[in-house]
Design a protein around this ligand. Structure first.
Ligand code: NAD
Length: 267
């Protein structure tokens, strides 16, 4: 039985994971962590699952409960993720990181910690999205630079980062087979070209509206034909199931930085 801790336990993903773990025979939630001052601190997680209590109450100090879990699954926010990272690195605990919107310095802290502990970090843990990363890479390789590439995404109104981490990962998936430097090729928001489009660019657009869980489309547009690779998430359960699968996979791994493509053997 794998003992799991969740940071961001009271959030949308945290509660979805808590419900998934309540039904699991192979893993159990032993630690639930929220930020200091959160109304969820002190609440029994059974309130999220509508099941019988197994005695896990949300705490606000991961360090005090570090002996009670094998792996931390983090869906919180970047500043919290790097704090949790240093606790896990110090105590030799593996970590699944789902939090998006990290800056270069925060990502470099993840890379450094991965020399000490196994980490699986993915902008999107849904199996279907990871398949789309592969399909987009294959399409870019086959279509070459004869096509214009547009990546669009829609998410619920509360999402903090834009474009989504998944949209950026899709962009990197198409940049690499086209030998494009992603940072130089990416065009965001008002920077986008509206006329005289340069085919060596990858354009991004984002919509924030309502309760959309997450839609992504990569459009390859050529003279006379278009290809669209689209993924639509209809519930957060897809991300939670993927993150839990990653946690099981990571349990047997040596220190290193892995992603969902490694877990699904898609590399
Ligand atoms: P949310 O705002 O509903 O939940 C985040 C929770 O983290 C909140 O309850 C907040 O109080 C808590 N938190 C903040 N600081 C904390 C700290 N120091 N310690 C513990 N908890 C803390 O957001 P969400 O929709 O659940 O998403 C969380 C993150 O996961 C976002 O970055 C989002 O983009 C990302 N996400 C990733 C995937 C994926 O598959 N990788 C899928 C969905 C969401």
């Amino acid at each position: 039985m794998l003992n799991i801790a969740i940071t961001g336990a009271g959030g949308r993903m945290g509660q979805t994971l808590t419900r998934l773990l309540a039904d699991s025979d192979e893993a159990k939630l032993t630690v639930a962590v929220e930020r200091r001052g959160s109304p969820h601190v002190g609440v029994d997680v059974a309130a999220f699952t509508a099941t019988e209590s197994n005695g896990v109450v949300v705490v606000d100090d991961i360090e005090s409960v570090v002996e009670q879990f094998d792996i931390l699954i983090d869906f919180s926010q970047p500043e919290a993720t790097v704090e949790n990272l240093s606790v896990c690195a110090r105590h030799g605990k593996a970590m699944v990181i789902g939090t998006t919107g990290m800056n270069a310095d925060q990502i470099s802290q993840v890379q450094t910690a991965s020399q000490k502990i196994p980490i699986c970090m993915a902008s999107n843990f849904a199996t279907g999205v990871n398949l789309c990363f592969k399909l987009a890479e294959m399409a870019a390789r086959a279509l070459g630079d004869e096509v214009d590439i547009e990546i669009s995404e829609t998410h619920h109104r509360h999402k903090k980062d834009a474009p989504s981490g998944t949209a950026l990962s899709l962009g990197k998936s198409v940049a690499s087979p086209l030998d494009l430097d992603f940072d130089a090729a990416a065009r965001f928001g008002m920077e986008r070209q509206v006329s005289g489009r340069d085919s060596k660019t990858i354009s991004f657009s984002s919509v924030r509206a309502g309760d959309v869980v997450g839609d992504h489309t990569v459009l390859f547009a050529a003279e006379g034909e278009r290809i669209e690779i689209t993924h639509k998430a209809s519930s957060r359960a897809a991300f939670a199931r993927g993150a839990l699968r990653a946690a099981h996979w990571l349990n047997a791994k040596t220190p290193g930085l892995y992603d969902m493509q490694d877990v699904l053997n898609l590399k």
